[in-house]
Design a protein. Structure first.
Length: 103
């Protein structure tokens, strides 16, 4: 699934924010195969829910890493600064939640 929903630009920025909702329930990522396509400098927000506690890792942007648990969903926010592919994963579950292609 490719997602490129946008919301209003953040204050002080002209780039529209790309937002995605992803969950990990009963061993499965929903929606599966989430792919976001964004430009360098375009803010990204991924809302994550999980039925288990785990560490969320964001390749290339370690300051965006966070913890998620069943009682507290987590929002991951970052703004890509260079082209490439950014993968958002649950570390212990060893699953990819989303892939962000930056151009």
């Amino acid at each position: 699934m490719t997602t490129s929903s946008t919301g209003p630009p953040p204050t002080g920025s002209s780039a529209a924010r790309t937002v995605a909702d992803v969950s990990y329930q009963a061993g499965k990522v929903q929606p599966p195969d989430t792919v976001l396509r964004v430009a360098v400098g375009q803010p990204v927000k991924i809302n994550i829910r999980s039925d288990r506690s785990d560490d969320i890792t964001v390749d290339e942007y370690p300051d965006s890493n966070a913890d998620v648990d069943p009682t507290e969903p987590e929002d991951i926010d970052f703004t890509p600064t260079r082209p490439g592919t950014v993968t958002v994963r649950l570390r212990a579950a060893a699953v990819t939640l989303a892939t962000v292609h930056v151009s």
